[in-house]
Design a protein around this ligand. Structure first.
Ligand code: AKB
Length: 312
């Protein structure tokens, strides 16, 4: 029997690129994309697609059985800034979708799960620089609370029921194929689009707000490397710290200015500043290196080259 892959939340910023990469690697018909809405033309035309609400267990169960799914990537989530506006909706989506896939694995309907965690699991009492894998967490955002709870449940399902669930604490992700939506790190994508269209950007974070970031190609490679590692090497079943680079809006603007010399940045911090202030500035990802050989390839200069080249 052929075994297929299901991506839930395939039309979002990570889901789109993950689906396209997995289709290239394993074949278009092997990777079933699904979301609550349709996605980009590229994604919709490259393989099978199912419309589904990630909180609907019966609908997911039917898709899994019909498509002979073996592995699920659950990418559907409400991100940090939107979750502050709709706390109950965020909790419902972020937690119930996770319980659905964990329970499908517990019932042996699928054999492997990927679920994304985030640097948002950390909070204001966490050491800010080179944040360790195991440390004080105490997230102060709705999104962070859902991600930290999710991590606890992943580890619990692994220990209690042997569920093969794997996860990464993604930093802010920078990509050009699909826009992010509702996150605090979204400025680091918007800025490139505005630099090219208007030569100016008003940033919603202060100039000296340092956050951990990563180019999407690195994030997708990390996800696949984690999922393809031998189960015995995966010693952390909550979620792995992952890092590539850290910078503030002013440093990012400087990197863009080396290509677009008359680019101007202004600052008008809003509610998202408090979220950013509660997160780490840099991350220690040595456990990911130790357990499955992780190493980032894109620094800020390389990311800026790729973003400006591909958007324009
Ligand atoms: C967000 O800003 O909410 C996300 C994240 C860091 O998880 N990009």
């Amino acid at each position: 029997m052929q075994k297929n892959i299901l991506i839930i939340g395939a039309c979002g910023q990570i889901g789109t690129e993950l689906t396209l990469t997995l289709r290239k690697k394993y074949g278009n018909n092997t990777v079933i994309a699904s979301d609550i809405r349709e996605g980009s033309e590229n994604l919709m035309n490259s393989g099978p697609f199912e419309l589904v609400d990630a909180t609907d267990f019966d609908a997911l169960e039917e898709i899994v059985a019909y498509n002979e799914i073996d592995t699920i990537y659950l990418m559907a989530a409400m991100l940090s800034a939107t979750a502050e506006k709709f706390p109950m909706r965020a909790w419902n989506l972020n937690m119930n979708s996770l319980f659905n896939v964990l329970n499908l694995a517990r019932q042996k309907k699928v054999s492997k799960i990927f679920w994304p965690s985030s640097i948002a699991v950390f909070g204001p009492n966490t050491p800010k620089n080179n944040t360790p894998q195991h440390t004080i967490m105490e997230p102060s955002t709705v999104y962070g609370i859902s991600k930290q709870s999710g991590e606890r449940w992943c580890e619990y399902y692994h220990n209690k029921f042997g569920v093969d669930v794997r996860s990464i604490r993604y930093p802010g992700l920078i990509s050009w194929k699909t826009m992010p939506g509702g996150g605090t790190t979204d400025y680091a994508v918007e800025i490139y689009h505005k630099a090219l269209s208007d030569k100016a950007y008003t940033c919603f974070l202060k100039e000296d707000t340092v956050l951990p970031m990563m180019f999407m190609d690195d994030a997708i490679r990390a996800t696949l490397e984690l999922m393809e590692s031998d189960a015995k090497n995966i010693k952390i079943r909550s979620a792995y710290n992952l890092a590539a680079m850290s910078f503030n809006p002013s440093e990012l603007a400087e990197s863009i200015s080396s290509h677009i010399t008359d680019f101007k940045i202004n600052y008008a911090p809003d509610d998202r500043q408090a979220i950013a202030d509660s997160w780490p500035s840099s991350i220690d990802d040595s456990k990911a290196l130790e357990d499955w050989g992780w190493k980032a390839e894109f620094d800020l200069a390389k990311t800026t080259d790729e973003m400006l080249k591909n958007i324009s």
